[in-house]
Design a protein around this ligand. Structure first.
Ligand SMILES: NC(=O)c1ccc[n+]([C@@H]2O[C@H](COP(=O)([O-])OP(=O)(O)OC[C@H]3O[C@@H](n4cnc5c(N)ncnc54)[C@H](OP(=O)(O)O)[C@@H]3O)[C@@H](O)[C@H]2O)c1
Length: 243
């Protein structure tokens, strides 16, 4: 397997991470996907059915778990780790009026969205050769009322990207910042109103539609392949920052 590149997608068992994993496998590359739920990883592994795919259970909010993820086993299959992409984050606790949001919930969001990627960077370094790419989001630029912590975490993550691009050079470090994308993250909407609510959101955007996970996979691939891109944020949001 020495002649094909190997990408770890942390968060690759769902949404935009899964779309990226599919595309990389279709290109003939080796992929490891990581997430918390073993059932979810097994379901994706069965669906993608590829001998270049491996899965690993890991929680990026726990240092011991991230340390284990980047053990020697990670490169046994391919002999290398070219790219790490982090799409993992559980932001569900992060929404609510400022005066009612418990500090523990706010910390959980910062742990997942900022310190999780920080831990991934910390333990990836000895194995990683090419790029680290993380996932920010439109909330850093168009915060929602009741989204103080989510806005803060996304903005902080982009600061981390700039610092890591210097400290980890020549490894290239970037963020992709999606707008609204139709992934399971929106399953909190009642099933009978989800399509209607996503259509109303789409109507507000210059792009005229909600993003598809493949739109974001395209952006990750551009960042992975462009050797002159580091320390930056690639926006893929249908023009959301303009309205
Ligand atoms: N969808 C949008 O509209 C949108 C917009 C802007 C930004 N974003 C950002 O884009 C990223 C990806 O979103 P998505 O919509 O693709 O989400 P998703 O479909 O919910 O997928 C999230 C993935 O991350 C994993 N994960 C969650 N917490 C984890 C943890 N602590 N450790 C390891 N894995 C974890 C999940 O698996 P397990 O649950 O099994 O761990 C799952 O595979 C997120 O950072 C999100 O904040 C999304």
């Amino acid at each position: 397997m020495d002649d094909i590149s190997h990408t770890l997608v942390v968060g690759g068992s769902s949404g935009m991470g899964l779309a990226l994993a599919r595309r990389l496998l279709a290109e003939g590359q080796a992929v490891t996907i990581a997430g918390r739920s073993r059932d979810r990883l097994d379901a994706v592994s069965a669906e993608l059915a590829c001998d270049r795919l491996r899965t690993a259970q890991a929680d990026i909010t726990r240092e011991d778990s991230v340390r284990d993820l980047f053990g020697p086993w990670l490169i046994e299959h391919t002999g290398r780790l070219d790219h790490v992409v982090v799409t993992a984050a559980d932001m569900s606790a992060g929404y609510g009026p400022l005066t009612q949001l418990p500090l523990a919930d706010a910390r959980a969001v910062v742990d997942a969205k900022v310190l999780g990627p920080w831990l991934v960077a910390k333990y990836a370094v000895p194995l990683l050769s090419e790029t680290l790419t993380v996932t920010s989001g439109i909330a850093a630029y168009r915060p929602a009322v009741g989204g103080t912590v989510v806005a803060t975490a996304n903005a902080a993550l982009e600061g981390l990207v700039r610092a890591l691009a210097l400290e980890l050079a020549p490894i290239r470090v970037n963020a992709v910042s999606p707008g609204w994308v139709d992934t399971p993250i929106w399953n909190g909407f009642a099933a009978d109103t989800k399509d209607e609510r996503l259509a109303a959101m789409a109507a507000r955007l210059p792009g005229g539609r909600i993003g598809h996970p493949d739109d974001i996979a395209d952006a990750f691939l551009a960042v992975l392949h462009n050797r002159f891109m580091t320390g930056t944020v690639l926006h893929v949001d249908g023009g959301h920052r303009l309205v």
